[in-house]
Design a protein around this ligand. Structure first.
Ligand SMILES: Nc1ncnc2c1ncn2[C@@H]1O[C@H](COP(=O)(O)OP(=O)(O)OP(=O)(O)O)[C@@H](O)[C@H]1O
Length: 246
């Protein structure tokens, strides 16, 4: 079976700057792979190249063995790649349940996509499932805009999952969260791997070490190292570049 995501020799430059330079790695199914690296290392650019927000100058992006390097973000989404970035997938003026139903509507075949949402049984069932799983059932009729920041981030992840993607790209899911919310989100992200493969960008090194199955270290646009968290952490090159000491 092919890897759910394969990145081969990916590169892009901005002016003279090689923001991502010849980066290759594979993502194993149902595991958590985390991209780390100092500010400006190229993590967000790499995510943009994978998700289709940017088109690479060189290299390949394969989803489930199919080359999709130059496909748009929408095409990649249809192929099962979903990206959560902060809370940008939410409609603040709709309720929690409505946000989920809209996303779950994508589960319907195109011929049924224009049915009134209340007649879409699959979307309704998925919505209920997500409300339970993400502990948002008691807030189902609240406007998304009125939720706490932590609940909004949780709803954002739920919305991404409601369309049953194969792979979920999470960009700093705990940024700006309280200690308690960070802990809850870590538990939640870990539980997601039952259904989906997770690719993360995360700065909180404690979280990276406890949550990741596999870590890819970026530095100045290049892949500096990759491996299990404890192996990567003790790598002298990573120590020097990322943790700032030798
Ligand atoms: N659209 C752009 N135009 C020009 N330069 C860019 C653009 N996007 C990113 N860069 C540059 O590319 C490099 C990599 O940036 P990127 O945002 O990918 O790093 P990062 O690892 O995500 O950093 P951070 O942790 O601070 O978010 C940086 O030097 C950045 O200034």
């Amino acid at each position: 079976m092919p890897h759910v995501l394969d990145v081969r020799g990916l590169g892009i430059s901005f002016g003279g700057l090689k923001a991502v330079d010849d980066v290759s790695f594979s993502v194993e199914r149902h595991r958590i792979t985390t991209i780390i690296g100092p500010n400006g290392a190229g993590k967000s650019t790499l995510f943009n190249l994978i998700s289709g927000a940017l088109t690479p100058r060189s290299g390949k992006v394969m989803i489930d063995g199919v080359e999709m390097t130059r496909d748009s973000a929408e095409q990649k989404k249809a192929a099962g790649l979903s990206r959560s970035f902060q809370i940008t997938n939410l409609f603040f003026e709709l309720t929690v349940a409505e946000n989920l139903r809209l996303a779950a509507q994508l589960l319907e075949p195109p011929s049924r996509a224009l049915l009134p949402i209340r007649r879409s049984r699959r979307a309704m069932e998925k919505t209920e499932q997500m409300l339970e799983r993400f502990a948002l059932a008691h807030r189902r009729d609240e406007l998304a805009g009125n939720l706490s920041h932590g609940d909004q981030r949780r709803l954002e992840i739920a919305v991404c999952l409601a369309s049953e993607p194969k792979i979920l790209l999470l960009d700093e899911p705990t940024q700006g969260m309280s200690h308690a919310d960070t802990r809850d989100t870590a538990v939640l992200v870990r539980s997601l791997t039952e259904d989906v493969t997770v690719l993360l960008i995360e700065h909180d090194i404690g979280l990276v070490m406890s949550l990741s199955d596999h870590v890819v270290v970026m530095h100045q646009g290049r892949k500096l190292a990759e491996g299990p968290p404890n192996v990567v952490r003790s790598d002298p090159a990573v120590q020097a570049a990322y943790f700032g000491h030798r």
